[in-house]
Design a protein around this ligand. Structure first.
Ligand code: TZP
Ligand code: MG
Length: 206
């Protein structure tokens, strides 16, 4: 299993209670990596949760990623760090986490994707692909933008935003290397079955 395979069904966490058991069920259903993304908690709370999610990921032998909090990614030795355009930037992040941690960057245009690749990103997240209540302020981009990004860069692409079984089928095969998902898995009352379903649709697409 190489890096590109690990990106295929990329679970991103939500802000709902009882995260750990839901994440564990999602892993049992076949998510290929887990990103801890928590906007509303303190760094101390984040570190505590990060260590727990990391331990789960270790147990199931999948990569563990951290969203935004660069210094904590280094402190807890996360496998991956994911940053947005509004964060401090990939050169800063690389200086903090070093060469062993893979870095992903959220991009929304060909220009941002090229810049991320040039700066040494290991993959990009592209989205929102579809409308989503998980990030209500985001405007979905046109699938043609996704196609253009695919042509412009060589690093892996993960599609994010409003990813459901139906929406995965709307993304032409061969464009993305994986799908990042919050609610279609973690808001399901049975995250394991949801992950199994998403994984089987994904495998026809990536
Ligand atoms: N970035 C772009 S859309 C999004 C993020 C974090 C939210 C994705 O959540 P969902 O529930 O899978 O649409
Ligand atoms: Mg961010």
């Amino acid at each position: 299993m190489g890096f590109i395979n690990d990106l295929r069904l990329y679970l991103v966490t939500d802000e709902q209670p009882n995260l750990l058991p839901r994440v564990e069920k999602a892993i049992q259903g076949g998510v290929t990596c887990v990103q801890l993304r928590r906007k509303k908690i303190t760094d101390d709370q984040f570190i505590e949760e990060a260590l727990q999610v990391k331990q789960l990921c270790r147990q199931y032998k999948i990569p563990f990623a951290i969203n935004d909090r660069v210094e904590i990614a280094r402190e807890v030795e996360a496998d991956w760090l994911h940053i947005g355009q509004e964060d401090k930037g990939i050169l800063y992040a690389r200086a903090i986490v070093g060469g062993m941690t893979k870095i992903g960057v959220s991009v929304h245009s060909v220009e941002e994707a090229l810049e991320a690749e040039r700066s040494g990103a290991d993959y990009v997240g592209v989205g929102a692909l579809f409308p989503t209540s998980s990030k209500p302020d985001t405007i979905p981009l046109h699938l043609n933008t996704l196609r253009s990004i695919r042509k412009a860069i060589n690093i892996p692409i993960v599609g994010i935003g409003g990813i459901t079984e139906e929406m995965i089928k709307q993304v032409p095969p061969g464009i993305v290397d994986g799908f990042a998902i919050i609610s279609s898995i973690l808001s399901d009352q049975d995250p394991k079955s949801a992950a199994i379903r998403m994984r089987s649709v994904m495998e026809q697409q990536c």
